[in-house]
Design a binder for this molecule. Structure first.
Ligand SMILES: Nc1ncnc2c1ncn2[C@@H]1O[C@H](COP(=O)(O)OP(=O)(O)OP(=O)(O)O)[C@@H](O)[C@H]1O
Ligand SMILES: [Mg+2]
Length: 370
């Protein structure tokens, strides 16, 4: 706390340090006059280092942040702007923030800047979009059940009749018909999960026992060649959920991870659990905010999700695999949404993380947030 030796001033600093959003004060010469802990993290430098540099050092020549700060200094009134691009060689590519800039009351030539990094806001936006995508499939799924499954069972039956009477050559063809119709029925069955709008039956689920089961199924199935690492927080409380559905969700994620690591020399799949009390989200259709403190992550060291696909992977029918249906992650997003949770993906070559945030069991049972 060398920044503020005065005892009385320590309280606001610790309050600002507790915020997850970068807050900093810029002096008229463009230098940092104050930074909270999140700002140090955002600029990847300590206050001692930041103090010696102007903010411009971190921004690109054309950054709209420069204009915003000048504008506030001249007009002496606050400005906020959404979706501001702060990408630069020093801050990294594809960095977007919401910005609030205001003059300091006691010394208006200094301006205070508050940033909200877009990725978290986008996670929430996208989660709502995933729900929309799942709804699109819902209508399609119930239509398919009628219009495709019924005629298919007729086609299959006819092929079986032909098979009984036909030659060996005919039988190869009729078997092709029955195998392919079976494949389509399986696909339609998978899609029917989307049209299941019944409320989920939920009980307290011990996350680690659930992960153990997923690990066993993965190890004995598609993950035979893969090293599985557990990184658990043993004090984690139970989540309120449907165990079978959660097992299916995490199997979809471990299956994708194992498939992605097929060309990796030392494939490592990591299952992590953590308690992160900071994450809150508005529940759909109400103004009430729920906390989602339980973080369950599936990570792999595969080549990563192709960059151009990253914004769409939770949409149905998005796949890069020859025999993929592209329904795995859409189902994951639907199930997690039904559970009141969110899922996000953070992926670069060698490190892909699918992170699910869920409410705790006790939080829901007693009707409070934390
Ligand atoms: N761990 C991962 N690493 C790299 N890419 C991934 C990973 N997980 C998913 N993807 C990408 O996201 C796409 C969509 O995944 P999803 O599970 O929805 O469908 P799929 O695996 O292609 O087919 P299905 O799950 O229906 O068999 C994948 O095709 C792949 O390109
Ligand atoms: Mg998949």
């Amino acid at each position: 706390m060398e920044r503020h030796p005065d005892q009385l001033e320590q309280l606001p600093v610790s309050v600002l340090d507790a915020l997850p959003h970068p807050v900093f004060v810029i002096a008229p010469d463009g230098r940092f006059e104050f930074t909270n802990a999140a700002a140090e993290q955002f600029f990847q430098a300590s206050f001692a280092v930041l103090q010696k540099r102007p903010l411009d050092y971190y921004l690109s020549q054309s950054s709209p942040m420069r204009t915003l700060i000048e504008q506030v200094r001249d007009s002496r009134s606050p400005v906020s702007e959404y979706h501001v691009d702060v990408s630069s060689p020093r801050l990294g590519e594809d960095k977007w923030v919401d910005v609030y800039v205001a003059p300091l009351v006691e010394n208006p030539v200094n301006v205070v800047v508050w940033l909200q990094v877009r990725s978290m806001a986008d996670t929430l936006d996208r989660q709502l979009t995933h729900r929309g995508a799942a709804r699109t499939v819902t209508g399609l799924a119930s239509m398919l059940a009628h219009e495709i499954k019924n005629p298919l069972s007729g086609i299959r039956g006819a092929a079986q009749l032909l098979e009984a009477a036909g030659s060996e050559d005919d039988r190869t063809l009729t078997r092709l018909i029955t195998d392919e119709t079976d494949r389509i029925v399986r696909l339609v069955d998978r899609m029917e999960v989307f049209s299941d709008e019944r409320p989920v039956e939920r009980d307290p689920v011990n996350v680690h026992l659930m992960f153990d089961h997923v690990k066993e199924l993965t190890r004995s199935g598609f993950g035979r060649e893969v090293q599985i690492v557990e990184n658990y927080d043993p004090s984690l409380p139970p989540v309120l959920g449907n165990r079978d559905q959660l097992v299916q969700v995490f199997l979809n994620l471990t299956k994708n991870a194992c498939e992605a690591m097929s060309g990796v020399e030392k494939p490592v799949l990591t299952l992590s659990t953590a308690y992160q009390p900071g994450m809150r989200m508005a529940s759909p259709g109400s103004r009430e905010r729920v906390s989602l403190p339980i973080a369950l992550t599936v990570s792999d060291n595969g080549p990563g999700v192709p960059r151009d696909m990253q914004s769409y992977i939770f949409d149905p029918f998005v796949t890069s695999k020859q025999n993929g249906s592209g329904l795995g992650l859409a189902l994951v997003a639907k199930t997690i949404g039904d559970h009141g949770g969110v899922i996000s993906c953070d992926s670069q070559p060698g490190a892909t993380h699918f992170r699910v945030l869920m409410p705790t069991w006790s939080a829901q049972m007693d009707g409070t947030d934390d």
